[in-house]
Design a protein around this ligand. Structure first.
Ligand SMILES: *Cc1c(COP(=O)(O)O)cnc(C)c1O
Length: 221
Protein backbone atom coordinates (compact mmCIF):
# COMPACT_ATOMS: atom_id res chain seq x y z
CA UNK A 1 0.00 0.00 0.00
CA UNK A 2 1.39 3.42 -0.88
CA UNK A 3 1.76 6.11 1.76
CA UNK A 4 -0.90 8.21 0.06
CA UNK A 5 -3.53 5.46 0.07
CA UNK A 6 -2.73 4.73 3.69
CA UNK A 7 -2.93 8.41 4.65
CA UNK A 8 -6.27 8.76 2.87
CA UNK A 9 -7.61 5.79 4.81
CA UNK A 10 -6.51 7.37 8.08
CA UNK A 11 -8.05 10.76 7.20
CA UNK A 12 -11.35 9.16 6.17
CA UNK A 13 -11.50 7.33 9.49
CA UNK A 14 -10.77 10.54 11.38
CA UNK A 15 -13.54 12.31 9.42
CA UNK A 16 -15.99 9.54 10.32
CA UNK A 17 -15.05 9.70 13.98
CA UNK A 18 -15.25 13.50 14.17
CA UNK A 19 -18.63 13.42 12.41
CA UNK A 20 -19.93 10.80 14.79
CA UNK A 21 -18.77 12.79 17.82
CA UNK A 22 -20.55 15.85 16.39
CA UNK A 23 -23.72 13.88 15.63
CA UNK A 24 -23.28 14.47 11.90
CA UNK A 25 -23.58 12.17 8.90
CA UNK A 26 -20.04 11.72 7.51
CA UNK A 27 -21.56 11.75 4.03
CA UNK A 28 -22.15 15.49 4.50
CA UNK A 29 -18.41 16.17 4.64
CA UNK A 30 -16.35 16.25 1.47
CA UNK A 31 -12.62 15.74 1.57
CA UNK A 32 -10.69 17.98 -0.82
CA UNK A 33 -7.20 16.57 -1.34
CA UNK A 34 -4.90 19.58 -1.73
CA UNK A 35 -2.31 18.52 -4.30
CA UNK A 36 -0.50 21.84 -4.83
CA UNK A 37 3.26 21.32 -5.42
CA UNK A 38 2.72 17.55 -5.67
CA UNK A 39 3.01 15.65 -8.94
CA UNK A 40 0.41 14.17 -11.28
CA UNK A 41 1.77 10.73 -10.26
CA UNK A 42 0.92 11.44 -6.64
CA UNK A 43 -2.54 12.59 -7.70
CA UNK A 44 -2.90 9.29 -9.58
CA UNK A 45 -2.12 7.37 -6.40
CA UNK A 46 -4.86 9.27 -4.61
CA UNK A 47 -7.31 8.57 -7.45
CA UNK A 48 -6.42 4.88 -7.29
CA UNK A 49 -7.35 5.03 -3.59
CA UNK A 50 -10.77 6.41 -4.45
CA UNK A 51 -10.20 10.16 -4.06
CA UNK A 52 -11.85 12.29 -6.75
CA UNK A 53 -11.94 15.87 -5.37
CA UNK A 54 -8.72 17.90 -5.52
CA UNK A 55 -7.67 21.42 -4.58
CA UNK A 56 -4.96 23.52 -6.20
CA UNK A 57 -3.89 27.08 -5.49
CA UNK A 58 -2.47 28.13 -8.87
CA UNK A 59 -4.33 28.19 -12.15
CA UNK A 60 -1.34 27.35 -14.33
CA UNK A 61 -0.02 24.54 -12.17
CA UNK A 62 -3.47 22.97 -11.99
CA UNK A 63 -4.04 23.31 -15.74
CA UNK A 64 -0.79 21.52 -16.55
CA UNK A 65 -1.12 18.82 -13.90
CA UNK A 66 -4.77 17.96 -14.48
CA UNK A 67 -5.18 18.25 -18.28
CA UNK A 68 -4.57 14.55 -18.96
CA UNK A 69 -6.10 13.39 -15.68
CA UNK A 70 -9.35 15.23 -16.41
CA UNK A 71 -9.61 13.58 -19.82
CA UNK A 72 -8.98 10.19 -18.26
CA UNK A 73 -11.23 10.62 -15.22
CA UNK A 74 -14.26 12.75 -16.09
CA UNK A 75 -15.60 12.42 -12.53
CA UNK A 76 -12.70 14.42 -11.05
CA UNK A 77 -13.69 17.66 -9.36
CA UNK A 78 -11.15 20.46 -9.13
CA UNK A 79 -11.31 23.36 -6.65
CA UNK A 80 -9.30 26.57 -6.82
CA UNK A 81 -8.30 27.46 -3.26
CA UNK A 82 -5.56 30.06 -3.90
CA UNK A 83 -6.00 33.74 -4.70
CA UNK A 84 -6.97 34.53 -8.25
CA UNK A 85 -5.72 37.42 -10.37
CA UNK A 86 -8.37 39.03 -12.56
CA UNK A 87 -6.31 38.39 -15.70
CA UNK A 88 -6.48 34.63 -14.96
CA UNK A 89 -10.23 34.56 -14.36
CA UNK A 90 -11.02 33.07 -17.75
CA UNK A 91 -8.44 30.27 -17.37
CA UNK A 92 -9.78 29.58 -13.90
CA UNK A 93 -13.33 29.30 -15.20
CA UNK A 94 -12.15 26.84 -17.85
CA UNK A 95 -10.06 24.66 -15.51
CA UNK A 96 -11.99 24.56 -12.23
CA UNK A 97 -15.35 23.21 -11.10
CA UNK A 98 -15.33 25.31 -7.96
CA UNK A 99 -13.63 28.66 -7.32
CA UNK A 100 -13.37 29.19 -3.56
CA UNK A 101 -11.54 32.51 -3.51
CA UNK A 102 -13.93 35.15 -4.79
CA UNK A 103 -13.03 38.11 -2.56
CA UNK A 104 -13.39 41.44 -4.39
CA UNK A 105 -15.48 43.37 -6.85
CA UNK A 106 -12.91 43.45 -9.64
CA UNK A 107 -12.74 39.66 -9.51
CA UNK A 108 -16.54 39.35 -9.52
CA UNK A 109 -16.57 41.51 -12.67
CA UNK A 110 -13.86 39.39 -14.31
CA UNK A 111 -15.56 36.10 -13.41
CA UNK A 112 -18.92 37.30 -14.61
CA UNK A 113 -17.39 38.20 -17.97
CA UNK A 114 -15.46 34.90 -18.19
CA UNK A 115 -18.58 32.88 -17.41
CA UNK A 116 -20.56 34.64 -20.13
CA UNK A 117 -17.73 34.17 -22.61
CA UNK A 118 -17.02 30.49 -21.92
CA UNK A 119 -20.50 29.26 -21.01
CA UNK A 120 -18.92 27.43 -18.06
CA UNK A 121 -20.43 27.97 -14.62
CA UNK A 122 -18.10 26.91 -11.82
CA UNK A 123 -19.54 26.95 -8.32
CA UNK A 124 -18.39 30.09 -6.49
CA UNK A 125 -17.49 30.53 -2.82
CA UNK A 126 -16.52 33.76 -1.12
CA UNK A 127 -13.29 33.82 0.83
CA UNK A 128 -13.63 35.49 4.22
CA UNK A 129 -10.69 36.98 6.10
CA UNK A 130 -12.21 35.69 9.29
CA UNK A 131 -9.40 36.87 11.58
CA UNK A 132 -9.34 40.26 9.79
CA UNK A 133 -5.59 39.90 9.30
CA UNK A 134 -4.06 42.72 7.24
CA UNK A 135 -1.76 40.42 5.22
CA UNK A 136 -4.50 37.97 4.24
CA UNK A 137 -6.85 37.78 1.28
CA UNK A 138 -10.59 37.64 1.76
CA UNK A 139 -13.51 39.92 2.56
CA UNK A 140 -14.08 41.09 6.09
CA UNK A 141 -17.28 39.70 7.60
CA UNK A 142 -18.78 43.23 7.65
CA UNK A 143 -18.37 43.53 3.86
CA UNK A 144 -20.14 40.27 3.04
CA UNK A 145 -23.77 41.51 2.76
CA UNK A 146 -23.03 44.30 0.28
CA UNK A 147 -20.65 42.06 -1.67
CA UNK A 148 -23.36 39.42 -2.03
CA UNK A 149 -25.64 42.12 -3.47
CA UNK A 150 -22.90 43.21 -5.85
CA UNK A 151 -22.46 39.63 -7.10
CA UNK A 152 -26.20 39.09 -7.48
CA UNK A 153 -26.53 42.25 -9.56
CA UNK A 154 -23.93 40.81 -11.91
CA UNK A 155 -25.68 37.47 -12.22
CA UNK A 156 -23.18 35.65 -10.00
CA UNK A 157 -24.54 33.22 -7.48
CA UNK A 158 -22.21 32.58 -4.55
CA UNK A 159 -22.99 29.23 -2.95
CA UNK A 160 -20.47 28.97 -0.16
CA UNK A 161 -17.89 30.49 2.14
CA UNK A 162 -14.25 29.61 2.68
CA UNK A 163 -11.68 30.71 5.25
CA UNK A 164 -8.22 30.13 6.65
CA UNK A 165 -8.27 31.13 10.33
CA UNK A 166 -5.28 32.89 11.94
CA UNK A 167 -2.29 30.65 12.53
CA UNK A 168 -1.52 29.63 16.08
CA UNK A 169 -4.92 30.52 17.57
CA UNK A 170 -7.76 28.22 18.54
CA UNK A 171 -9.83 28.13 15.32
CA UNK A 172 -13.14 27.17 16.91
CA UNK A 173 -14.53 30.69 17.44
CA UNK A 174 -13.63 31.62 13.86
CA UNK A 175 -15.25 28.47 12.48
CA UNK A 176 -18.43 29.14 14.48
CA UNK A 177 -18.58 32.69 13.13
CA UNK A 178 -18.26 31.29 9.57
CA UNK A 179 -21.13 28.89 10.19
CA UNK A 180 -23.35 31.71 11.47
CA UNK A 181 -22.67 33.78 8.35
CA UNK A 182 -23.27 30.85 6.01
CA UNK A 183 -26.63 30.20 7.70
CA UNK A 184 -27.63 33.85 7.76
CA UNK A 185 -27.09 34.25 4.03
CA UNK A 186 -28.29 30.83 2.92
CA UNK A 187 -24.89 29.67 1.65
CA UNK A 188 -24.88 25.89 1.72
CA UNK A 189 -21.17 25.12 1.26
CA UNK A 190 -18.75 25.81 4.08
CA UNK A 191 -15.09 25.15 3.27
CA UNK A 192 -12.89 25.21 6.36
CA UNK A 193 -10.39 23.02 8.15
CA UNK A 194 -6.94 21.86 6.99
CA UNK A 195 -4.52 19.12 8.10
CA UNK A 196 -4.10 20.62 11.57
CA UNK A 197 -7.68 21.53 12.41
CA UNK A 198 -10.17 19.66 10.24
CA UNK A 199 -11.76 17.78 13.13
CA UNK A 200 -12.60 21.08 14.85
CA UNK A 201 -14.01 22.35 11.54
CA UNK A 202 -16.23 19.25 11.30
CA UNK A 203 -17.58 19.89 14.79
CA UNK A 204 -18.37 23.45 13.61
CA UNK A 205 -20.32 22.15 10.57
CA UNK A 206 -17.78 22.37 7.73
CA UNK A 207 -19.16 20.73 4.58
CA UNK A 208 -15.75 20.64 2.90
CA UNK A 209 -12.32 20.24 4.43
CA UNK A 210 -9.08 20.93 2.55
CA UNK A 211 -6.29 18.55 3.49
CA UNK A 212 -2.85 18.54 1.89
CA UNK A 213 0.06 17.63 4.15
CA UNK A 214 -1.71 14.84 5.99
CA UNK A 215 -2.34 13.09 2.65
CA UNK A 216 0.65 13.90 0.44
CA UNK A 217 3.32 14.73 3.04
CA UNK A 218 5.27 17.95 3.50
CA UNK A 219 5.46 20.31 0.55
CA UNK A 220 8.93 21.07 -0.80
CA UNK A 221 9.34 24.80 -1.34
C1 LIG B 1 -2.33 24.54 1.19
C2 LIG B 1 -3.71 24.81 1.59
C3 LIG B 1 -4.46 23.85 2.31
C4 LIG B 1 -3.88 22.54 2.79
O1 LIG B 1 -3.10 22.76 3.92
P1 LIG B 1 -2.46 21.53 4.75
O2 LIG B 1 -2.09 22.15 6.03
O3 LIG B 1 -1.29 21.05 3.96
O4 LIG B 1 -3.50 20.50 4.90
C5 LIG B 1 -5.77 24.16 2.58
N1 LIG B 1 -6.33 25.32 2.19
C6 LIG B 1 -5.64 26.25 1.51
C7 LIG B 1 -6.34 27.50 1.10
C8 LIG B 1 -4.31 26.04 1.19
O5 LIG B 1 -3.65 26.98 0.52
Amino acid sequence: MSGIAENLGIIRRRIDEAARRAGRDPAGIRLIAVSKTHSAEQVREAIAAGQCVFGENRVQEAGAKFADLRAEYPALELHLIGSLQTNKAEDAVRHFDVIQTLDRKSLADALSKAIRKTGRTPRLYIEINIGEEPQKAGLTPADLPSFLDYCRERGLKAEGLMCIPPLGQNPEGFFRHMKEMADRFGLTHLSMGMSGDFETAIVCDATEIRVGTAIFGERVK
